[in-house]
Design a protein around this ligand. Sequence first.
Ligand SMILES: NC(=O)c1ccc[n+]([C@@H]2O[C@H](COP(=O)([O-])OP(=O)(O)OC[C@H]3O[C@@H](n4cnc5c(N)ncnc54)[C@H](OP(=O)(O)O)[C@@H]3O)[C@@H](O)[C@H]2O)c1
Ligand SMILES: [Zn+2]
Ligand SMILES: [Zn+2]
Length: 347
Amino acid sequence: MRTTVGWQAVRAGNTLRRVSLERRELRGDDVAVRVDYCGVCHSDLHAVRAHTDNDDAPLVPGHEFTGVVTDIGREVARFAIGDTVAVGNIVDSCGTCAMCRQGQENFCYEFPTLTYSGTDRHDGSTTLGGYSREYIVRDQFAYPLPTGLDPAAAAPLLCAGITVWEPLQALGVGPGSRVAVAGLGGLGHLAVKLAVALGADTTVISRSTDKADDARRLGAHDLIVSTDEQQMTASRDRFDVVIDTIAVPHDIDPYLRLVALDGTLSHLGHLGPVTVQTTDLLVGRKKLSSAGSGGRPATAAMLDFCAKHNVTADIEIVPSKHINETLERLERNDVRYRFVLDMSDLS
Ligand SMILES: NC(=O)c1ccc[n+]([C@@H]2O[C@H](COP(=O)([O-])OP(=O)(O)OC[C@H]3O[C@@H](n4cnc5c(N)ncnc54)[C@H](OP(=O)(O)O)[C@@H]3O)[C@@H](O)[C@H]2O)c1
Ligand SMILES: [Zn+2]
Ligand SMILES: [Zn+2]
């Protein structure tokens, strides 16, 4: 085994502690990545807060990172030592099922191997995430970082970016589409930037006007205050696509009412049971959908698109040793719009 250093959840403490971690020796198709920057996703926060004394498996979060290849397995032809790469929230899949064959490894019938708290397909170990100085990943699930993309600001593209990119693409968003993005956080601000770059008429739905200036700066054309019933009523049937990235359980009916005839509400933010008033779907033949992460082709296409259109996250870089305060700030919604951990303090 190789050893590295990372941030692991302390049992029941709801905090992370710096520990020494074991990484596997390289398999033939593995690359070793020195993790330079890792985004802090709200899913990491959910995972740390849900971690309890009853969990035997170690939790090291982090599933959107960039870094430099430091070593390659003997079969690796896609990468060379010194390449800058990006890794997202999926690090392996079966490769043979109907989903994998059509490039939707994120929906692998055998379940894709998640970057952390997943189960390695070969040795059964629990995967440990990118809040660490080194990650070993199958070469097929590392992506060359296009030149021109800042490695720190690009890291969040690998979870927040791809999670909103796939539905925008699948729902045919392009010039003239009317798109609303509910929740202006990590996912939300990238959804706005990507929708705007795709040519959509884009509106933010936020709980107050606090982020109105930011929404405009990100390229949004309008902002609806979700707590203002009048504004919500006035926007009935207004959008072809509503991307819901709200990080807490919430009633989706008010958002369905904003969807236009034959339009879609893509519910991405809080995964879990929702109650739907079917007449809110019936009237207007509306569709309710969801998505998560992305397949390899879509991830590569998203990175190319971002390089062409100069799309990266608005970030605040923090030394990784500040991870616990950073999670608290994310919990308080004190983030504009993604924290990225600088891992160099682990060397
Ligand atoms: N589908 C997937 O595969 C996938 C992938 C990544 C993340 N996620 C999930 O997506 C969600 C968003 O992640 P993120 O990293 O973008 O989080 P984030 O940066 O914290 O943003 C979430 C946004 O939700 C809104 N919000 C927060 N608390 C709220 C409340 N109490 N009531 C109403 N709105 C509230 C806020 O928007 P306003 O301040 O503008 O109202 C906030 O900016 C999380 O639940 C995360 O786990 C899902
Ligand atoms: Zn994430
Ligand atoms: Zn598969």
